[in-house]
Design a protein. Structure first.
Lengths: 212, 280
């Protein structure tokens, strides 16, 4: 039976804090993707995601000895740092998030459209639908958006998400329930507008205030 | 299971993390018999599908390589980062005290500034300054040196030396003559030799002695000092703004006011300036 020699995140962190550059590189390469995607999905901006990823690992270098394994995984710890960084950026910038053109939004809630086909038109519709979901997630208030990103997009357990967000598991459950209801309402509204004959015919973009 | 129970687990049912098989079967059975809950479950599943597709689209997204390079660079300077770690947060009381001290210091500084402004601006002071300007056209602050017999004995007394006497009958030409004669008597007496310039200006200094330059006599900078006791010293060639001529009571060509004027400064053994002469 082969012995698993892959060092854990915690072991890599310990080595990294002792000055082991290779351990840092390994840990970074293992965890940077998740941190970057979390920041990207929370902010909708690659530039912000890049900055946040860099800042997360700078903080880890500086304050890695503050990590407490009893309070959650290192992954959750990193997501927690990333979340704070993103919220700080969002608070500072207070952006107006552009919502997609109505004409681009399609029938979302029939599950068959999620199936990729060889039909180019279906593929286009599929892409537009995905963009609608992305915009709907970005338009959620931050405390709802973060649970959707962690639990649904990153498939974290409620406990892991709770550790990352420094809140109770029950809070994560209730926020996720509410967030998904908001997403469904939003996408249902998109579907209804898309069914109207002249919806989006003027080609103008609709914008909505980001509630983050 | 009723609709309320179904609603409480619908997220888990749609996202499929529900582990209890019997609960899952019970929920699905309820949805089959309840139109509203059936629609809700379809919506939740559609949303789950959409979110998973969105997640799959972004699955390969990674931070650019430059981030890793920057972090590695930072890691190699990690000691500096640790030094830059923010100081531990102080208690609120300590922070308040710090602000209080800063406020008091600022208030005291403002008081000093206002007091100084008041002193400078008061009419009596303005009158004093005007009088001083009138009576001392060329003022130079020096450290007075007592050279009576011992050039190393420094009185260390700060005085304001003037190049021209504050006399009512002051005349630049008269002062020039008077100072020139006195200095000439002291430095050009038999057996005495005027100190010669040193350093790069030695060539020009030689010109002075050969008469290529025209120079005034030495004007004592410290009017009260007795230059006759100055046994030796050094002469240093300097350049001054032409307005310095006027400060020492000498005529100045206003058309050449922007050009510097050469001067020799006579330094005592202690390095202090004792006299100056202007060279043309």
């Amino acid at each position: 039976m082969p012995v698993n020699t892959t060092p854990s995140d915690e072991e890599l962190l310990r080595l990294m804090m002792a000055g082991d550059e290779e351990a840092f590189t390994t840990l970074y390469r293992r965890r940077q993707g998740g941190v970057y995607r979390f920041a990207l999905q929370m902010s909708g901006s690659e530039a912000v995601a890049e900055d946040v990823t860099q800042e997360v690992f700078i903080v880890l270098m500086r304050e890695g000895d503050r990590y407490d394994a009893t309070r959650g995984s290192l992954q959750s710890y990193l997501y927690g740092i990333a979340r704070n960084q993103v919220l700080r950026r969002l608070e500072r910038e207070r952006p107006f998030v552009q919502i997609a053109d109505d004409a681009q939004e399609t029938d979302l809630l029939s599950s068959d459209i999620f199936v990729a086909t060889d039909d180019p038109l279906a593929e286009l519709v599929h892409n537009e639908m995905i963009e609608s979901v992305r915009q709907a997630v970005l338009a959620l208030p931050a405390h709802y958006r973060e649970v959707v990103v962690l639990c649904d997009l990153h498939e974290m357990s409620y406990a892991e998400a709770a550790a990352a967000l420094s809140c109770a598991v029950g809070t994560v459950r209730s926020r996720l329930h509410r967030a998904r209801a908001l997403l469904i309402d939003r996408l249902r509204a998109v579907k209804e507008r898309g069914a109207e004959p002249d919806a989006g015919s003027n080609g103008l973009l609709n914008t909505a205030r980001c509630f983050a | 299971m009723n609709c309320s129970d179904f609603e409480s687990i619908i997220n888990d049912l749609a996202r499929a993390p529900l582990q209890d098989a019997s609960e899952r079967a019970e929920a699905l059975a309820h949805a089959e018999g309840c139109q509203r809950c059936s629609v809700r479950l379809a919506e939740e599943r559609a949303l789950t599908s959409g979110l998973r597709t969105l997640a799959a689209r972004a699955a390969q997204a990674q931070a650019p390589a430059r981030v890793e390079a920057a972090l590695l660079s930072a890691f190699r300077q990690r000691d500096n980062l640790i030094l830059l770690k923010p100081a531990p947060e102080q208690p609120r009381r300590a922070r308040n005290m710090r602000w209080a001290h800063a406020g008091i210091a600022a208030a005291v500084a403002l008081l000093f500034i206002f007091a100084a402004l008041f002193y400078v601006q008061r009419p009596e002071r303005q009158q004093e300054l005007a009088t001083a300007r009138d009576s001392h056209p060329a003022r130079l602050v020096l450290w007075n040196t007592d050279t009576n017999g011992d050039t190393n004995q420094r009185a260390g007394r700060r005085v304001e030396a003037v190049a021209a006497p504050a006399e009512r009958d002051f005349s630049p030409q008269l002062a020039f003559e008077r100072v020139s004669n006195r200095t000439r008597d002291r430095f050009e007496a038999p057996g005495r030799r005027l100190p010669q310039p040193e350093g790069p200006q030695a060539v020009n200094a030689a010109a002075v002695s050969t008469g290529e330059d025209i120079a005034t006599d030495f004007i004592p900078l410290n009017y009260g000092a007795d230059l006759s006791n100055l046994d030796s010293g050094r002469v240093v060639r300097v350049e001054l703004p032409r307005t310095a001529l006027a400060r020492y009571g000498l005529p100045m060509n206003a058309e050449r006011a922007g050009e510097p004027v050469k001067a020799d400064v006579l330094l005592g053994e202690d390095g202090l300036a004792r006299a100056i002469r202007f060279v043309r």
